[in-house]
Design a protein around this ligand. Sequence first.
Ligand code: ZN
Length: 138
Amino acid sequence: MTVYSSILSPPSRVWRVIWSWEGPQRLRVFLWLVACESLLTNEARVRRRLAVSADCPRCDANVESIIHILLDCSSARQMWERLISPSLQPNFFSVSLQDWLMLNLVRPPREDWPTIFVSGCWLLWTWRNKELFCTDFD
Ligand SMILES: [Zn+2]
C-alpha cells in the first residue's frame, strides 16, 4: 500500500459498511468521500491554494472541515437536533468522523435511520455548495 492510498483509505470496517449500505450509488460514493476526508471543504481548498480562507461561510467562526459542515456547524446542528432524540444527542455530537459514520450506519437508533442520515449529510453538503458557488441561491 502506498502512502497516497493509505491516506485515501478509511479503516477497512468503515469501508465495508459504506459499500454494503443499500442506498443509491451516488450517495454511497459521497459517503466514501466523506470517510476518506476527500471533499473539497474550504480547509482542503486552502491547502490546495484554491481559496484564501478556510473559514466556514455559514458561521464564520470555525475552519470549514468535513465534520464541521456535516455535524458541528450551527445549521447542521439545528437539523440533526430536530431528527435525533435528545437522549441520543450527547453521543451523536461528540465522536470523531469515522466513529460518527459507524455509529449512524451500523448501530442506528431505528431501522430507516441510515437512509435519513446519509440523505441529511448529502443535503448539508449540497446546500453548502449552492450557498458558496451559486450566486442566486437563497
Ligand atoms: Zn460553520
